[in-house]
Design a protein around this ligand. Structure first.
Ligand code: CTP
Length: 411
């Protein structure tokens, strides 16, 4: 991946295809954008479908192609407003003279123009048309108007045209368009890196209906996964049972018990650059899981024998080619002492210590305050929303990762 195209990692690109002969190149463009790490949703105008079928672009993009504005079924799925919100960039390639005219007029007479009206994302056009149509005063006036409205123009290139003419109006080649699109974004601090993160509680079965667990909501881990994906990381979230939605651009692996979380982590970690253990893993599990529901007996008290679960984060830190390994220390007292002890005992690169005894910033709240502890000292981040905190933590971790030899070992 070239340095410039790294800035497309995890970007969401809505590719609009309008009705020109260059539409056949849109198929290649979908692939090239995906190779650069972007996810692509395709919207086609009716005229575009005369040149290339939605099925081709659907197969290549891996997503249904959107063609209708007034299709109740499509609107029930991802409607025009959702598509407009989803996009980090609306790229229209090829953009015909007719489409430029409709865009300049502010029309919303099909799905693509409506999305362009609704979106807050930048809009870039790759014009493609006969040189005479390009030179036409109406097209030039539309071009000027669109540029004035901050619509970005990629090309057109000059050269031989499908109709035999020579001149400006050729669509840029797919790779040139990928580079041009990448140039609109600065590379995220974790572009090109892989992060594995555990989150949420684990459940340790006692019998088919009962389990041991804890109050972890998973919010901090999910916020970190979201921030890492925003920063361009290929993000794998290994999650215990939670009520949370999977953040965009994140691959989620669901697990229930600590043992399952351990296995999923050990399978994913060897290929990652950064491992964050944000899960509240049960330290012990019942020695035996009853196959039938346990019945109440005459005894006033019963004893449950527990056995130790594997320590996931310590096992990752012990790998011969370990990623940069970060643990949490969720404590109710002696925060820094316990955090330092965990740093040493588990051989971590960094511990994020938080006080779970404080209900303002504890397990289920939306806020958190943490102290970062490593061998060089401590850094406190005061109370703020978990989303905001996650972004700051990811920026700090990205900085550490660049300097740390562990990030080399993971290669
Ligand atoms: N952790 C883990 N696997 C375990 C237990 C904990 O990966 N079996 C990770 C947690 O995800 C967290 C860190 O280790 O990143 C510290 O977890 P915590 O529960 O605070 O510490 P424990 O090792 O369980 O120690 P203690 O219960 O004594 O506080």
């Amino acid at each position: 991946m070239s340095a410039s195209s790294q800035s497309l990692a995890n970007k969401q690109i809505l590719l609009g295809v309008t009705g020109g002969i260059a539409a056949y190149k849109s198929a290649d463009l979908v692939r090239r954008l995906q190779d650069a790490g972007a996810s692509v949703q395709v919207v086609m105008t009716p005229a575009a479908q005369e040149f290339i079928t939605p099925l081709t672009l659907q197969a290549l993009s891996g997503n249904p192609v959107h063609t209708q504005l007034l299709d109740p079924e499509a609107e029930a799925g991802m409607g025009h407003i959702q598509l407009a919100r989803w996009a980090d960039l609306v790229l229209i390639a090829p953009a015909t003279a007719d489409f430029m005219a409709r865009l300049a007029q502010g029309m919303g007479n099909d799905l693509l123009t409506s999305i362009c009206l609704a979106t807050k994302a930048p809009i870039a056009l790759a014009p493609a048309m006969n040189q005479g149509m390009w030179h036409n005063a109406a097209t030039q006036a539309n071009l000027e108007c669109l540029i004035e409205r901050k619509v970005i123009m990629f090309g057109p290139a000059e050269g031989g045209q499908a109709c035999g003419d020579v001149g400006p109006g050729r669509m840029l080649e797919p790779l040139q368009l990928v580079d041009a699109a990448a140039g609109l974004f600065t590379p995220g601090s974790l572009a090109g890196k892989t992060l594995v993160i555990t989150a949420g509680p684990t459940r340790e079965a006692i019998d088919p209906v009962r389990y041991l667990s804890n109050h972890s909501s998973g919010k901090m881990g999910y916020a970190l996964a979201e921030a890492a994906a925003e920063a361009g990381a290929n993000t794998i979230l290994i999650s215990g049972p939670t009520q949370l939605k999977t953040p965009a651009r994140v691959t989620r692996i669901d697990v229930t018990s600590a043992q399952e979380m351990y296995e999923a982590s050990m399978a994913a970690a060897p290929d990652c650059d950064l491992f964050i253990a944000a899960a509240a893993v049960a330290d012990y599990r019942p020695a035996q899981v009853a196959s039938q529901k346990l019945k109440k007996g005459a005894e006033d008290s019963i004893t449950l024998t527990l056995v130790k679960n594997p320590d996931i984060v310590a096992s990752i830190a012990a790998l011969p080619r370990r990623p940069f390994t970060v643990g949490f220390a969720a404590e109710t007292e002696q925060l820094l002492e316990h955090a330092r002890a965990k740093l040493q005992r588990k051989k971590l690169d960094l511990v994020i210590a938080n006080n779970v005894g404080d209900t303002q910033i504890g397990f289920n709240s939306d806020d958190n305050a943490v102290t970062l502890v490593d061998n060089s000292g401590i850094q406190a981040l005061s109370q703020r929303s978990k989303t905001q905190l996650a972004r700051e933590l990811i920026a700090i971790l990205a900085g550490r990762l660049d300097k740390h030899p562990a990030s080399e070992q993971a290669k």
